[in-house]
Ligand binder design. Structure first.
Ligand code: HMG
Ligand code: MG
Length: 301
């Protein structure tokens, strides 16, 4: 296993970062966030979700958010939980989708009103209806811990990941939904996953509730993972996962990657500026340590 020379970051702030917020963030602010982060060099966005607006009102304006993105040379991905979501995503013109299941039934039922088995059937249907040319990311949430059922079995997660690959997703993303995992959990998980899925098809999506996301990222890097989700300013959380804090902050991840000499093509300071401004405009806590430090030392450098 060798550490990747380049990591592909998928920016989740406009989707995962905002989906749990009660106060509605105006559509143009969501599109503006994507535009500004694209100007900082981010190319891949987990931009919106096409889920039920009754379940997640904050994401009701996905099509309008996509329409408001003027940045070019970027990929906008949309999370879709069912065929209706796929239809809306395609109508909005995205060229990448995310499909989702979880390791645990209880979380999955609370999140998407389906057991794991039922959601796998939904995914199969989505995959059959997805036109060629649209790339698909398959998420397995609660990959180490479920907020309701506790620790999850790595064998089971690996089996789900393998099944998604067999059904045609382009990559499988291990969702550490509630941020409880420590490096040993990630070690055990990847140890099983790589027996069934090539590491170059594996991505990680770490939440940072317990401050472990960067440590967990180091483990993922050591295993050769080169696809990572993060969220500017550490925004994020899942409305159906109590205790889930934000994703690993993009700025913190960039600082780590720079330390390893891994390419990413993104200007961390610019991301920090964009995210801090966004947070202050929308009364959100700016939650990147590296970002705060970069902004505080701006005058000196
Ligand atoms: P349901 O109530 O079982 O859906 O919800 P249904 O098929 O019975 O339909 C009920 C109504 O919802 C109907 O409308 C449908 O048209 C509508 P009505 O006839 O009552 O007016 N509906 C939709 N509307 C718009 N878009 C759709 C859609 N589907 C149905 N796609 C459903 C099932 C999956 C829709 C629901 O549970 C849902 O939307 N859940 C949202 C889940 C969500 O967004 N969770 C957060 C994202 S997951 C996450 O954050 C984890 C991740 O970050 C990785 C990690 O951290 O681990 C990815
Ligand atoms: Mg998430």
């Amino acid at each position: 296993m060798s550490i990747a020379e380049r990591v592909r970051i998928t920016e989740s702030s406009s989707r995962d970062g905002l989906q749990s917020l009660g106060a509605f963030v105006p559509t143009e602010a969501k599109s503006g966030l994507i535009n500004d982060l694209a100007a900082a060099g981010i190319r891949d966005f987990d931009a919106v979700s096409f889920v039920s607006p009754k379940w997640v009102p904050q994401m009701a304006d996905g099509a309008e958010v996509v329409a408001g993105v003027v940045a070019t040379d970027i990929t906008l991905s949309a999370l879709v939980p069912n065929a209706e979501g796929l239809e809306r995503a395609l109508a909005a013109g995205v060229t990448s989708i995310g499909v989702l299941t979880a390791a645990s039934d209880t979380f999955n039922e609370r999140n998407i009103n389906a057991t794991v088995d039922e959601s796998m059937h939904r995914i199969r249907r989505i995959l059959m209806e997805t036109p060629g040319g649209v790339s698909v990311r398959g998420y397995v949430s609660t990959a180490t811990h479920c907020p309701y059922e506790g620790e999850q079995d790595p064998d089971w997660v690996a089996h789900l990941a393998e099944t998604l690959m067999e059904w045609g997703v382009d990559s499988v993303h291990l969702g550490e939904t509630i941020g409880k995992a420590t490096p040993l959990h990630i070690e055990r998980l990847l140890d099983e996953v790589v027996k069934l899925v090539p590491i170059e098809k594996v991505g990680v999506h770490f939440h940072d509730s317990y401050g472990q996301a960067i440590a967990n990222t180091v483990v993922a890097l050591e295993w050769g993972v080169d696809k990572m989700d993060s969220s500017a300013g550490g925004l994020g959380g899942c409305p159906f996962a109590p205790g889930a804090a934000g994703n690993v902050a993009t700025e913190d991840l960039l600082w780590l990657l720079d330390g390893f000499g891994i390419e990413h093509g993104i200007d961390a300071r610019r991301v920090a500026k964009v995210a801090q401004r966004f947070c202050s405009e929308h009364n959100l806590v700016y939650n990147s340590k590296a970002g705060r430090a970069l902004l505080a030392t701006e005058e000196e450098e």
